[in-house]
Design a binder for this molecule. Sequence first.
Ligand code: PRX
Length: 626
Amino acid sequence: MIKSLSEFKQAKVQAEENPGGFWSEVAREFHWKSPWKQTLDYDFSIPEVKWFIGGKLNITENCLDRHLATQPNKTAILFEPNDPTGEVQRLTYKELHTRVCQTANMLRANGAKKGDRICIYMPMVPELAIAVLACARIGAIHSVVFAGFSATALAARINDASCSMLLTADGGFRGAKTIALKEIADEALNSCSTVNCCLVLQRTQQEVQWNFIDKWWHEELEKVDDNCSAEVMDSEDPLFILYTSGSTGKPKGMVHTCGGYMVYTAYTFKNVFQCQPNDVYWCTADIGWITGHSYIVYGPLANGSTTVMFEGVPSYPALDRFWEVCAKHKITHFYTAPTAIRALEKHPTSLVEKHDLSSLKVLGSVGEPINAEAWHWYDEHVGKHNCPIVDTWWQTETGGILISSLAGVTPQKPTFATLPLPGVQTVLLNNEGDEIEGEGEGILAIKHPWPSIARTIWGDHERYKNVYFSAYPGYYFPGDGALRDADGNYRITGRVDDVVIVSGHNLGTAPIENAINEHPEVVESAVVGFPHDIKGNALCAYVIVRDMGVDSISIEKEIREEVAKTIGPIAKPDRILIVSGLPKTRSGKIMRRILRKLAAGEYDQLGDISTLLNPEVVEEIKRQNS
Ligand code: PRX
C-alpha cells in the first residue's frame, strides 16, 4: 500500500518509465495458476490491448480461496436489508467461499459452461454477489443488468450477448415498493430465444408465473455440493460484459477480461481507499453498475476487506437512512454519488447530526463532477472536517479508478479529482488534437493502456474503435473535458459532447450549470442547446429550486445575471424552466439527450423513456413547454 506522498510520486515515475515492470510487480501479489510470458502488448490503432499474456488464473481464487488460510472467519459481505428491522447477514470469507462454490455447481448442473453468457437481473441481496462470483468461478461471462431496467431494456441486453441463462428473483424490495422482477423477466424472455434456463431466487415470496425453463434457486442448490474447482482462465478471457449507454440509442456491452481487471481493481481499491484490516467499507452503488462490480465485489474481496451491501434506498424509511446505517455498522469508508449528496443536502442537517458518525474515516464520490456546495456539505456535515474525500474519476470502460487522490496520502482539492493514479498517463488535448502543456483546459485523453481498460464492445469492435480511438488517433478518448491546475490536478468539467455552439461561441454546458447552481435557491440544473433561427443554437436551462413556490420571474432574472457574471452575457440561457425533477438514468445521470429533444420540441423522438428513474418529469416538462 502506498503510504506517503513520496511513495506515490515514486510509483508514478516507475509506472511511467517501465509500465511492464511496474504492473508485473503488482500482479505478482496474486495467485496465478501459471505465470504470464509477456506483461503487455498493445496497439491503439487496431485497437488491441493485452495484459499478462499467457497468464492463467481464476479471479475467485484471489477473492476467496486466498483468504481462507489467513482470515476464514472475517466478514466478507455485510448485508443490510431494505427494511431496517430486517435480518442483517454477515457472510465470512469461508461461508462466502462455500456459497459461491455451491452456486457455481448449480450453474454447471444446469448446463452453464466456460464462455457462456449469463444474464443476472437481481435485487441487491447477497445472492447477487454470489451469482457474479459463481459465474467467474466456472468461467461463464456475467452480464449484470440493473434490476430497475424495463423488460425492453433487459431483452435488448440478453439478445445482444445471446445469453443462455437468466438468474433472477421473484421480486425485489426497494424502499416502500416491491419490484416484480420475475414478471418483468418473463416479459423480456418473450422476445429472447437464446435463454434456455431461468433460475429464480425467492426473496419477496410474491406469486409468480411459472414457465417450462424456470427452476427455483433453492431447490436446485439442494441438489449440488460445495466442492467446485475453479475454471482455469486465460488472463485475456472475458470476465464480464457490462452495458453502458452511448450517444446512439443502442447500449454498448463493454467487455472486461480476467487478469488486468483483477490486478487494477485490487490495486486501486487498496491505494485509493486505504482500508485497514478492521475497517468496514460501504459503497452505496448497485452491483448493476461498474462501481458495484469493481468496488463492492471484486476490489474489496481481492483485498480481503469487509464490504457492505445495501438493499434499500437513501430515503427509506426516512431521509436519514444512510447515516443510520453508518452508525449501526460503524462504517469507516463511505463511497457514494454526488447526486445522492445533493438530494440529502436539501434536508435539515439534524437528520445527519442525530447519528453518531464518529467511525467514519474516508469519504468517496463517484459518477459525476461534485459541485463545490455538495463537496463542502459532505466534508462538513458527514466528514466533520475529519475525513479525506476521494473524488474518483473513471468510467464503465476504464474498469477502475483512473484519477483520484489517495485518502489521507495525497492532497485533496475540492471539486478536483486531482492526480492520475500510477500508470495512468493522462493528457489534455486542444480541438486540433495537440497536447496542452501545464495549466489549461481541454479534452481529456489517455496515451497508454492501464490493465483494466475494456478490450472491446461485445460483438462490435468497429464501434469500440470509432467511439474511443478514432477522434484523437493514438489516444484513448473518454469523452470528458477537464481543466488542469499548475500542480497537475484535474477537474473534470463534464462531457465534451455537451458543448453547444451559440452564435459561433463554443459553450460547455457544465460551467453554465455550475454558475446557475451558485444561486442560493437552486438545487440542481441542466443546460442544453436547442436550434435557434439567428444564433444557430440557444440555451435552455432546466432548474430545480428549493421551494417550488418562489417567484419564478425574479429567480430567472437572477440566474441570467449570475451566468452573465460568471461566464459572460453570451452564456445567458434563452429559456429557463423551473421543474420539479430532471429525467435521470437509474444511476442518477441526467439524460441530456432527452432534455435536448424536449427543448427542441421533438416529442416524437424521445426514444424509450421507460428506463428512466422518473419518466413522469418528461410529461411535466412537456406541459410547461406548451
Ligand atoms: O463523465 C464522467 C462521469 O461519469 C462518466 C462515466 O460514467 P459511467 O460509465 O456510468 O461510470 C460511472 C462510475 C464510474 C465519466 O465519463 N464521472 C464519473 N466519475 C466522475 C465523473 N465526472 C466527474 N467526476 C467524477 N469523479
